[in-house]
Design a protein around this ligand. Sequence first.
Ligand code: SF4
Length: 328
Amino acid sequence: MTAMADASAPAMLAVRDLKKHFPIRKGLLQRAGGTVFAVDGVSFSIAAGETLGLVGESGCGKSTVGRTVLRLIEPTAGHIEIDGRDITHLSKTELRPYRRQMQIIFQDPFSSLDPRMSAGDIVAEPMRVHGTARGGDVRKRVAELFDRVGLRKAQMDNYPHQFSGGQRQRIGIARALALQPKLIVGDEPVSALDVSIQAQVLNLMMDLQRDMGLAYLFISHNLAVVEHISHHIAVMYLGRIVEYTDKRTLFTKALHPYTESLLLAVPVPDPKVKRQMRVLQGDVPSPITPPSGCHFHTRCPYVFDRCRSETPLLREVKPGQLVACHLR
Ligand code: SF4
């Protein structure tokens, strides 16, 4: 079963059975030494103007999904469609027009910006590379983008170190917008920022989505951040989606034991609200030797025999709610 957005809306991004396995090479002779099953059969779609939050612990494969759908790394198997066109096997040249349509915002706004370039040149670079603006038009367009993301035009000639963390992420957003994309992958785009600044950047992203109809794949380990910006949420565990539904249902009626555990581990800010906290036992198992059957069985409080031998399929257990668990 595919984790789909509203079936009536055309998908800006559709991913089917996506896999990314990394072979491990060992020793001087680079002998085959196993495989990292980073992404192991993931399907979802995102409509224009919609945000899919992709959430899970560190190492679950969510960032690999983000990079693979943009073809920054090549998929091992599966299909990726952008606006109805299958881009999975396009050559670099064929992919070029689609590269404009899909952009990425990285976690660390400092290391993702070249410190030797002015902020204006950083934002202008994609336009120069793709030839979408020339001469004086480039500077005019950069000024518009600075204005759009809440930076002053006078700051165009400043260098990254002269900006705060939140401002640097605004530069990253302006650069992502430079080619008028339809899809943006945000890979933990606010995780490196102070909480007060996080809300400002999330609100900016939501404003841009409303005005430009952008589709977002928003990757985060933080459920509170995902809740703020997402329409639908997919929960990933060890390379697979284990639950997919709309935001409201996920936060009120989650059905997968892993989602339940993630929700119970989120601190409640109101001291008057008492809630049973449950911290997940153990670390995420290695994606090189994932547990048999249900990958979550080594940490699940409800595990029973079948879980150890049989992989639960992601299936629709209630309208619009897909869960991969033998108990549902
Ligand atoms: Fe837990 Fe079994 Fe469901 Fe996996 S299939 S989440 S181990 S109850």
